[in-house]
Design a binder for this molecule. Structure first.
Ligand SMILES: Cc1cc2nc3c(=O)[nH]c(=O)nc-3n(C[C@H](O)[C@H](O)[C@H](O)COP(=O)(O)O)c2cc1C
Length: 207
């Protein structure tokens, strides 16, 4: 048994509704393999959004977010319990890997629900005299993003990459690296080439 302190803690998020034949999971696997090479004893936590989508924010969740901890009722505690768990998962990780497809120009709704649960004042960001400040210590986030239409990611109608990049920087992630694999709805060859490029780009990220 390895009892040494993990050299890195990776939180991997998967957001594709598909578990079979998913391209974003493949890109995620490619990136994760590079992380594993650099951190053979690293700790990995996996958050599977498609199989267990986070609930949407409700009145009680937002009331709970805005209530001092010592004044939380049992109902408000319950309403914020999922956020508490997801926030502590994110705070514990030094590296984030988010594997996600573009759905309708943006993020799959389960990923957006996760974002809404983890971007939380006093927990992952706070407002000060100089404006908002991210509270995470996360060194690196890698976004493994795919789309069906060639070139949709990185185009003016890509509301997935800039959204995730902005959110992660807002909560304090120091470095965000975005990998794109497009054209998954088309022929296999260019997709393979894009996967190979993603693999090359992922090398050295975790050194
Ligand atoms: C509901 C839905 C919406 C989609 N919207 C877009 C889109 O706006 N632009 C695009 O290029 N591809 C779109 N696609 C294609 C997916 O991004 C593509 O099939 C991707 O490979 C899916 O990820 P996965 O292979 O990991 O499941 C959409 C697919 C689905 C199922």
């Amino acid at each position: 048994m390895n009892t040494s302190t993990p050299t890195s803690r990776l939180l991997r998020i998967d957001a594709s509704a598909r578990t079979d034949g998913s391209h974003s999971r493949r890109v995620g696997d490619i990136v994760e393999a590079q992380w594993r090479r650099a951190h053979p004893h690293g700790e990995r936590v996996h958050r599977e959004l498609a199989l267990a989508a986070p609930t949407h924010l409700a009145q009680a969740t937002i009331t709970g977010f805005n209530t001092p901890p010592e004044q939380l009722t049992p109902a408000l505690r319950e309403a914020t319990a999922l956020s508490d768990a997801l926030v502590s998962e994110v705070r514990r990780a030094d590296t984030l890997l988010i594997a996600a497809p573009m759905y309708n120009f943006g993020a799959p709704s389960a990923l957006k629900a996760w974002v809404d649960q983890i971007v939380r004042a006093g927990h992952t960001f706070q407002f000060g005299a100089d404006g908002p400040r991210g509270l995470l210590q996360t060194r690196l986030a890698v976004l493994a993003l795919v789309c069906g239409v060639p070139g949709a990611l990185g185009s003016p109608v890509d509301f997935l990459s800039p959204h995730l990049e902005a959110v992660l920087r807002f909560i304090g992630v120091q470095r965000v690296v975005t990998l794109h694999v497009g054209g998954t709805a088309g022929p296999a060859e260019p997709v393979q080439a894009a996967m190979a490029t993603a693999e090359r780009d992922a090398r050295g990220l975790f050194a």
